[in-house]
Design a protein around this ligand. Structure first.
Ligand code: HXC
Length: 513
């Protein structure tokens, strides 16, 4: 028996070495951790249980039968993160560059099945040269099997992808289907076709980093939700993100203990600038209203005219969507609509109540927006809010103009509670533009036209640049002192905690993708 146990121990030792010490050293030299080191930092100490440690590939072409590594380039298993069951796969770049073989894919699929059956999150730590070139179509089939399961798991369990190295070709589509992507600056990249192909096809000269590095995807494409300075930061972000989420779509996020006291925030009564055109940073309101240190911004550097992220309110997990007056006056455009829509969908999948702060002058005009589909993209946000059945509350801090008023979680599309600050202006358009249209005939030919314009602008503003017209109709449930915002929200979310809404039965809707 001792000999048999020694054989087992030898195999475990071999598996732990992946592609061997030289390749581990080379990984470290690139400033990267190994697949197992990443798992070590991610999971609670001693909690990780590996599955499929001795799996090897079945390939025989190109003499591959002579080169086999236990585990075949991916470490898979389960454990806990902050005490909660979590499944993880971690691609091992030291084995054939972490490339995906038939068996590598089978290991990931097996794990995905377990995560779905047992209702727990799945984390993918990606570091791979793509399809195992020696295996051809078998490897492509493996990718497709993973994509298919990603879709089955979507909305059932949270799926998070941390990109820790290369992720190229069709491989990018698995992370893209998952709920959140995190990338590491300078050591990870994602692209469908790399710089060489780009040069051949479009004659553009571009580096991997410029084409698909973390900064590029965090700012230009919005593909990644987080650009992290290093791997440890990425791993810590994964843990923090998970803390706002439930295990699966049947559960609600766990609530932290919180004792309600005086929740008023007096500074908010003097927060709003006197001049309605003056920008302010909506994050200041968010951090004042949310529990201390609880706000985790998602997609921070992309479409900055809208802010989205997780926070807690009296210990309860919430998702926040907020127009950002400090950037493009908080206007809605294609990118901000898509960004917010995807976030709303995630929160609704996983029973995370939604809080909206609204200060929006409307949709961004221009050929660029129209030709890039602001109609379809704006409709995504409208659709996402309209279909969301989680508790939904809106606070209009200042402007709520035009179609954007409807879209930003208005009462009409199913919001549960709609509050407005006294500084709110709820109207079809700004007073100047409105006066110019309504009184055009009356004033253009009149004497003292300039004075008259100002008079009419004031008239329109007096009638509509306030929250009371909307409150008279019941579109606003209550006009509140800003200092009372947190108190009102805590009570209202508590009141809504057992909300049940059943949308009409159907196969699925047809969101304007
Ligand atoms: C088999 C691979 C591999 C792959 C890398 N390796 N990629 N083996 N299949 N796809 C092996 C290398 O042979 C090498 O083996 C080891 O991994 C490390 O690779 P290096 O090139 O030395 O590392 P580095 O210089 O860091 O470059 C990493 C890389 C490069 C940029 C990822 O290896 C590369 O370009 N690989 C090929 C990428 C690719 O074209 N993949 C197919 C994409 S198409 P040794 O023995 O020396 O350690 C695709 C389609 C998916 O993925 C479609 C899904 C629908």
């Amino acid at each position: 028996m001792d000999k048999k146990i020694a054989t087992l121990q030898h195999k475990i030792q071999q598996a732990n070495l992946g592609g061997g010490q030289a390749r581990i050293d080379s990984q470290h030299k690139k400033g990267k951790l190994t697949a197992r080191e990443r798992i070590h930092f991610l999971m609670d100490e001693g909690s990780f249980e590996e599955i499929g440690m001795f799996v090897t590939h079945r390939s025989t072409d190109f003499g591959m039968e002579r080169e086999k590594y236990l585990g075949d380039g991916v470490v898979t298993g389960y454990g806990t993160i902050n005490g909660r069951l979590t499944y993880v796969f971690s691609q091992d770049f030291t084995v054939f560059g972490g490339s995906l073989s038939e068996t590598h894919a089978e290991k990931i699929c097996k794990l995905m099945d377990m995560a779905m059956k047992n209702g727990a999150p799945l984390i993918g730590l990606n570091d791979s040269g793509g399809a195992r070139i020696q295996e051809g179509v078998v490897s492509l089939g493996g990718y497709a099997d993973i994509f298919y399961k990603n879709v089955q798991a979507s909305g059932l369990i949270p799926q998070l992808s941390a990109i820790m190295g290369p992720c190229a070709g069709g491989a990018v589509y698995s992370p893209a289907i998952t709920d959140f992507i995190l990338m590491v600056e300078n050591t990870s990249y994602m692209f469908v076709t790399g710089p060489n192909v780009v040069k051949t096809v479009t004659h553009e000269e571009v580096t991997s980093e410029e084409l698909g590095g973390a900064t590029t995807h965090a700012t230009k494409s919005g593909v990644t939700h987080f650009a992290c300075a290093n791997e440890i930061e990425a791993i810590n972000h994964v843990k923090k993100l998970l803390s706002y989420m439930p295990q699966n779509c049947e559960e609600i996020p766990s609530q932290l203990a919180y004792e309600i006291g005086d929740e008023s925030r007096l500074s908010l009564n003097t927060f709003m600038p006197q001049n309605a055109s003056q920008p302010y940073d909506i994050r200041e309101i968010i951090t004042e209203v949310a529990d201390a240190e609880s706000f985790l911004e998602v997609h921070k550097d992309f479409a900055e005219n809208i802010v989205v992220g997780f926070a807690r309110l009296a210990g309860r997990s919430i998702g926040i969507v907020a127009n950002q007056p400090a950037y493009l006056a908080g206007v809605l455009d294609s990118n901000s609509s898509t960004k917010a829509a995807r976030f709303v969908r995630f929160c609704d999948c996983f029973n995370i109540p939604l809080l909206v702060f609204e200060d929006v002058p409307g949709f961004l005009p221009g050929t660029d927006q129209e030709w890039n589909g602001i109609i379809t993209n704006g409709a995504k946000l409208l659709y996402a809010f309209s279909e969301a059945t989680v508790p939904r509350i809106t606070v209009i801090t200042r402007k709520a103009y035009g179609g954007a008023y409807d879209v930003m979680n208005s009462k009409h599309i199913g919001a549960d509670m709609n509050y407005a600050w006294p500084s709110a202006e709820i109207a079809v358009m700004g007073a100047k533009g409105a006066a110019e249209i309504i009184f055009k005939k009356e004033i253009t030919s009149a004497e003292h036209a300039e004075e008259k314009w100002l008079e009419k602008e004031k008239l329109y503003s007096d009638i509509f640049a306030n929250p009371y017209r909307a409150a008279e109709r019941g579109f606003i449930d209550e006009v509140i002192e800003p200092s009372q915002t947190r108190t009102k929200l805590i009570k209202a979310f508590k009141m809504l905690e057992n909300k049940v809404v059943n949308n009409p039965r159907k196969k699925h809707g047809n969101i304007p993708l």
